[in-house]
Design a binder for this molecule. Sequence first.
Ligand SMILES: [Zn+2]
Ligand SMILES: [Zn+2]
Length: 243
Amino acid sequence: MSNVKITFVGTGDAFGSGGRFHTCILVEGPMNTIAIDFGASSLIGLRREAIDPNSIDVVLLTHLHGDHCGGIPFLLLDAMLGSKRARPLTIIGPENTKAHLERLQEALFPGSHVMQPKFELHYEELSPGTRKEAADLVIDNVEARHTRETNPLAVRISLGGKQIAYTGDGELTEELKRLVRGVDLLIAESYFYDKSVPWHLNYPDISHLDARRVVLTHMHANMLEQADNVPEECAHDGYAITI
Ligand SMILES: [Zn+2]
Ligand SMILES: [Zn+2]
């Protein structure tokens, strides 16, 4: 069993609530460094934390909303033109990830399709409910109840003998409860504090999830107002823990 470090590079929602960066959670295990989600502002978030983007081996995307995947074109252009990446990079996401990201890159940087990375770039797509294994990394997922067109997933990764689950965006479901039960760390969306907004996990749902440690993220302004008053651990940009 090894120590696994988790850095919350971005803890915001799609609307910049609290001046926070979009979702990106960096997980450093003994053999792999994984960025879970990479929103439109996540490259800026990495720079702010002085984290080298080339240190990331795997990006794991939960769904195709811009606050969770919109930073990939920036990451790839930086890897080719700025950071001069040489190490392989694997991008894992739900079905349609590769085609969606290629369209997104061409929309944001017209003409960039002619550029070919000098590093190995792999895409892998996850069907709901399937397991993926790579080196010491195991990824399990369940379908999330969120905007259907984003192919939303909740994920659980195992590495270094630790289990970390992330709800992504989505409502409380029985499948989500089963996925996260007993994990060493649950990173949970907590969107609204005092009302149940559809398609999201909200604060009243958190007590229905059973994990050894819970950290809340992806908070709307309505939840951020209560972050200092709730007993749960609430992440902020730059928050780092070791499990
Ligand atoms: Zn989101
Ligand atoms: Zn979303």
